[in-house]
Ligand binder design. Structure first.
Ligand SMILES: *Cc1c(COP(=O)(O)O)cnc(C)c1O
Length: 386
């Protein structure tokens, strides 16, 4: 049997895979089982921040692997302490809880917000506002947080207490806050799965104002838009806001599973011993990899992200077959005249991996993609859109 046949026989039917078996990669290039090479403009959904088998990252990870691959959270270990310190120093947040995925980082954020509100205002203040068209994960609670019915059906009842506001609709948000006992507002500053849509500044300004006035916890879901992706270390840094909680994952680990929930001065001491935990959370190998990633997201690299973003947007906007380009930094969505799936398949045939977000073609290249590969990929994408 082929790998594809083994997979369809033995893997649960949850993924619509492209007909490719990926085998090995280097930087922004990856090869399939037949040796065909692709420029990777998707990085495993914004995970491989510096591409495949990046030398520095691989070294950091493998050195740690030879020392200590795991220890329970009953003991201290260096990599998670140093990663937490780096994350706090670079963001101004004060403490970190480590987990293993985006959904878990959001679960933690929701627990902190609920406990904060219960202690401060009473346990009836437990409603969490999220946005329509958002994506926050696949667990029963983060599905409830996800403001898209298509993900909910078949899994009801979900965790209670979530309210959905239309993105960028200030009146809707105001009305929901005034008529409910709200603990938190949770949002992606750039909705990823929802179609690569940045929130409008006036909407975020309003979130900032109302959450200050009413002592409502703000949770920035930076799972996809964080870790340098938008040209800032975290997506919220493109706006004048300091969230009370930041959740992140995907690109943080550079390819290894890690989730992190960053807590501000206001939320850092909400949890007490045994309020939360994770067996694998803070894994030393994952943290060593993440520390390497975080330390490399400096101003030079972020400027390069912005320059590459400008280049892609300039090249694709008004190009034949393209209606518009949305997003921030190297998190971009292309609305195409032809069906996005056809465009994507055409790109793949011509050696470029891109993925979908709703009805758009989504680009999430490695932050350090070399200019020559980026230019080549953009040309192939342009012709695939015609
Ligand atoms: C991918 C994603 C998640 C879920 O992350 P997992 O690691 O798959 O659990 C949550 N929020 C956002 C914004 C995401 O893009």
């Amino acid at each position: 049997m082929s790998i594809k046949e083994f997979d369809s026989n033995y893997i649960a039917n949850t993924y619509a895979r492209f007909p490719l078996v990926l085998k090995e990669g280097s930087g922004s290039l990856v090869k399939d089982e037949n040796g065909k090479e692709y420029i990777d403009m998707a990085t495993g959904i914004a995970v491989n921040t510096f591409g495949y088998s990046d030398e520095e990252w691989t070294k950091a990870v493998s050195e740690q692997l030879f020392k200590l691959q795991h220890t329970s959270n009953l003991y201290y270990s260096e990599p998670c302490a140093m990663l937490a310190k780096a994350l706090c120093e670079k963001t101004g947040m004060k403490k970190v809880f480590f987990s293993n995925s985006g959904a878990e980082a959001n679960e933690c954020a929701i627990k902190v917000a609920r406990k904060y509100a219960a202690q401060k205002k009473g346990s009836d203040y437990h409603k969490i506002i999220t946005l329509k068209n958002s994506f926050h994960g696949r667990t029963i609670t983060t599905l409830a947080a996800t403001g898209q019915d298509v993900f909910h059906k078949d899994f009801l009842p979900l965790t209670d207490g979530f309210l959905y506001v239309e993105a960028n609709n200030i009146a809707d948000l105001e009305e929901k806050i005034n008529t409910n006992k709200v603990a938190a507002i949770m949002f992606e500053v750039v909705q990823g799965e929802g179609g690569v849509l940045p929130l409008q500044k006036d909407f975020i300004d309003y979130i900032k104002k109302i959450s200050f006035e009413k002592d409502i916890i703000t949770i920035a879901d930076e799972v996809q838009c964080g870790n340098g992706r938008t040209g800032k270390l975290y997506g919220y840094m493109n706006y004048d806001i300091m969230p009370d909680i930041v959740s992140t994952a995907k690109g943080l680990g550079g390819g290894l599973p890690i989730g992190a929930t960053l807590l501000s001065d206001k939320t850092k001491d909400v949890f007490a011993v045994s309020d939360h935990g994770s067996t694998f959370g803070g894994n030393p190998v994952c943290c060593a990899g993440a520390l390497n990633i975080i330390n490399r997201l400096d101003d030079n690299l972020l400027d390069e992200v912005k320059e590459k973003s400008k280049y892609i947007i300039n090249e694709l906007t008004n190009s034949k077959g393209i209606k518009n380009v949305t997003g921030l930094g190297l998190m971009l969505g292309i609305e195409t005249e032809n069906d996005a799936s056809e465009v994507i398949n055409n790109c793949i045939e011509n050696g470029v991996l891109v993925i979908k977000a709703k009805s758009k073609v989504r680009l999430l290249p490695a932050l350090n993609i070399p200019w020559d590969l980026l230019k080549k990929a953009v040309e192939i994408i342009k012709s695939a859109c015609c």
